[in-house]
Design a protein around this ligand. Structure first.
Ligand code: ATP
Ligand code: MG
Length: 397
């Protein structure tokens, strides 16, 4: 009955001159998301995208609901620009939807509906209200189980009259919104195995950022499994925007050196500073314009204003902290919805949990931190860690 999916996008329609860049990216991202489903081409015309529909509506729906930039989509029947053709299409589409919804119902007026018409093609001879009114009358006559309710209908038959064709559907599936991954550029995501950083990554992907992940690993104190867990988290994120390179940095020597030469209460602050420095070096290698962390103000000792100031001071790139104002419950809620929560709470050791003192400084003073850090051969340590970095692409089929 349906032959296409009609895809609508919201916010990217407002980007003026850059609009075609957004549209092309969205088109490419949709094409990539549907790989393996036999979609030859994603068609783009006048603020809509079209994908041929085969037997696989459910799988397509699952995948499209993860493509940022899509505001909604509908399985549609494509008909010519002609009221008679629209009428036939509407009867057919409504007939099958009713059959799916209430196969055995014939009680008159039981199901409420309305017709919603959008006429982008002003050359079409009837106005939108005229089309809605006339179609409404036709459908009422054809299907006695229907009655009209324009305020809270149980079903809406939508008609879009566009440049070359008209489209008829009874279903509008919400997309994830946001901007197509890639249009905002690249950023380096500091990805731990915890709950927060995957959610932070997701949030920035939703704003069009393509993440390159960095994970600090402290083998042999942290296990191979703890690394696998992070790669699995990256794979989940990749299902929202395509393959993600994960740079796994060997952090053990740096931690040992800090443990040996710096006061215990400043250990976490100095560790964080080293992490950000390495992340910035990787950003330079890959051409990323920002760093992303999962920090949330006040959550732990290393996330007070003073701690954030002390760590932020070592980098020049902007550090995006999309969760800074979020409560743990809100973060957990989002983690559950995007599918990372169950994996995040699996108990594997993290590099931050080893060597860590019981009473970390919650209000580190920058000069004191800098003095303590001066005891480290920071440059050599950073270079060595970078050299021992392994890059794993996650989410490639
Ligand atoms: P998360 O749940 O993201 O691990 P958290 O609440 O445990 O966060 P911290 O351990 O203080 O908080 O880490 C703060 C941020 O530092 C993390 O959100 C992450 O961006 C980064 N980070 C911490 N540990 C690592 C690591 N081993 N590798 C990469 N990034 C890390
Ligand atoms: Mg953590």
């Amino acid at each position: 009955m349906y032959d296409l999916l009609l895809i609508r996008y919201g916010e990217i329609g407002t980007k003026g001159k850059n609009r075609h860049v957004f549209e092309q990216r969205l088109q490419a991202n949709i094409q990539a998301a549907l790989a393996g489903l036999g979609v030859q081409e994603v068609e783009r015309a006048h603020a809509r995208l079209y994908v041929p529909l085969k037997e696989n509506l459910e799988e397509m729906t699952n995948r499209l609901q993860r493509v940022f930039g899509i505001s909604s989509f509908s399985p549609v029947r494509r008909v010519p620009l002609d009221f008679e053709a629209i009428k036939e299409g509407a009867i057919e589409v409504m007939g099958s939807s009713l059959w799916e919804k209430e196969p055995l119902s014939d009680s008159p007026g039981k199901l409420t509906f309305k017709v919603d018409t959008r006429r982008a093609n002003k050359g079409f001879p009837m106005t939108s209200p005229e089309v809605s009114r006339e179609l409404g009358a036709v459908l009422l006559k054809e299907f006695p189980q229907l009655s009209v309710d324009v305020h809270e209908p149980q079903m809406t038959l939508e008609v879009e009259i566009r440049e070359q064709y008209s489209y008829v559907s009874t279903e509008r599936i919400p997309g994830p919104g946001g901007l197509p991954v890639g249009v905002s550029g690249k950023a380096v995501l500091l990805l731990s195995g915890g709950i927060d950083s995957p959610v932070a990554g997701y949030r920035m992907m939703k704003r069009g950022v393509a993440p390159v992940a960095v994970h600090f690993h402290s083998s042999p104190f942290t296990s191979e499994r703890s690394k696998e867990k992070v790669l699995d988290l990256a794979r989940i994120l990749a299902s929202y925007g395509g393959p993600i390179p994960v740079h796994v940095v060997h952090f053990t020597e740096i931690q040992k050196a800090i443990n040996q030469h710096c006061p215990g209460k400043l250990m976490i602050t100095i560790m964080r500073r080293m992490m950000l420095r390495i992340a910035e070096m990787i950003a330079e290698q890959v051409g990323a314009g920002a760093l992303i962390t999962g920090e949330s103000l006040g959550q732990v000792a290393s996330q007070t204003m003073e701690s954030i100031q002390a760590t932020n001071a070592v980098v020049e790139l902007p550090v995006f902290r999309p969760l800074i104002g979020a409560d743990k419950m809100e973060i957990i809620d989002l983690a559950q919805r995007i599918g990372t929560y169950k994996l995040s709470i699996q108990p594997y050791e993290d590099c931050c949990t080893i060597f860590v003192p019981r009473h970390p400084e919650t209000h580190p003073k920058l000069p004191e931190v800098e003095r303590a850090e001066a005891k480290l051969a920071a440059k050599e340590l950073l270079e060595e860690a970078l050299e021992r970095t392994q890059v794993i692409i996650c989410g490639e089929n």
